[in-house]
Design a protein around this ligand. Sequence first.
Ligand SMILES: NC(=O)c1ccc[n+]([C@@H]2O[C@H](COP(=O)([O-])OP(=O)(O)OC[C@H]3O[C@@H](n4cnc5c(N)ncnc54)[C@H](O)[C@@H]3O)[C@@H](O)[C@H]2O)c1
Length: 439
Amino acid sequence: MGMQVTMIGTGYVGLVSGACFSEFGVDVTCVDKDRSKIDKLLAGEIPIFEPGLDRLVANNRKAGRLHFTTDLKDAVEDADVVFIAVGTPEQEDGSANLDYVFSAADEIAEAMRGYTVVVTKSTVPVGTGEQVRKRILAKNPDAEFDMASNPEFLREGSAIEDFMRPNRVVIGAHAKRAIKRMKELYRPLYLIEAPVLVTSIPAAELTKYAANAFLAVKITFANQIANLCEAVGADVHDVVRGMGLDNRIGRKFLHPGPGYGGSCFPKDTQALARTARENHEPVTLVEAVLEANDAQKLRMVDKIEAALGGSVEGMRIGVLGLTFKPNTDDMRDAPSLTIIPSLQKMGAEVIAYDPEGMEAATRMLEEVTFVESAYEACEEVDALVILTEWNQFRFMNLKRVKQAMRSREDGRYVFCDFRNIYEPDVMKKAGFRYTGVGR
Ligand SMILES: NC(=O)c1ccc[n+]([C@@H]2O[C@H](COP(=O)([O-])OP(=O)(O)OC[C@H]3O[C@@H](n4cnc5c(N)ncnc54)[C@H](O)[C@@H]3O)[C@@H](O)[C@H]2O)c1
């Protein structure tokens, strides 16, 4: 008989990984306690925006390998491997909230029958695997199981490709039986020679945080170099290209912008900094990054203010892009959630458009006028601000943009491109008062 996998939590990670495992031919049941999510999936709808996911889910459901339910007990009973892929959001003090992980663990403990591998796929602080093991044993002393940690590295927007062709798979486990089962599950990836690293559980847990924090450091470094470029009159794109061509540095994640956001970097950097402090080994580099990233977001507000001649009061500002990056509808910790309210507080009126993020944005932003297209967001605005580099914003008809916008006293149009997708010289020639990041 083939492998039975159960995924607890059917969000960005649980749904994508569940669907991808079923594509490998494994029988997968995705569980969520959010009934509306499961109802949607059962009706053939996809609750999130992720390119290619609709087809993948539909195909595997049709093939009978992918199931959705709210009934955790039923889904766990016969599972060989149970993944915990629930949220681990940030708490007030910066630490990861493990309530969802622990409550899932308690339910698994009661439902488990026969030898099961329980895997944390959620991003969890070092030591969580051990805590989960103890909790399960406390609830069900006879449970026959082993723990594993299998952190997920997929990126929203290219999640399926990332899962199917990962740079690496990290499996933290101690028990031979668990390692064997986990390796078997990822066997389809051996063909493409994806490295599978087997480590201890704490090492796997920490790898995820270390990787995300390193990437956050890299982006923040590019942002600070960009800010320095502004002061000394260099183009940051020349600088980061010159840096990135050095193989030891690498070109990726050196693109300056309005500060990182999203469902992972902000909370994972916070949590790592906290874990490090608790263990009396502070990672001060990451602590500095947290501060710098907050400052970077607010710096964008200052730039808009400066571009408008010193004040945004009474100004209409059009914002293009609200999600933390393109190709997702995820609004969690997006820079727009800091920048827009700051502008409003200073008396600006904000008009916004995002191709996929507006439904979530309406719940997270107040008093914003949401419009249906990029050009509508240009209408009668005193400044246009690009916050997310959706492809459709890359080739705007600039004539049309200007016709819609209000010009400044000098006849120019304020254009703040915080993803550097337009060329400063071209924009200046076209009659814009152009502001990028580090150029
Ligand atoms: N989103 C990403 O890009 C990404 C990438 C890598 C790792 N991660 C990590 O993966 C984890 C999940 O992230 P996400 O973005 O998928 O979160 P999410 O909020 O999209 O999904 C979590 C789901 O779990 C469900 N849930 C919570 N408790 C449950 C329970 N007891 N039983 C059943 N369902 C339950 C929620 O209803 C929700 O649908 C987090 O730890 C995150 O840090 C996320």
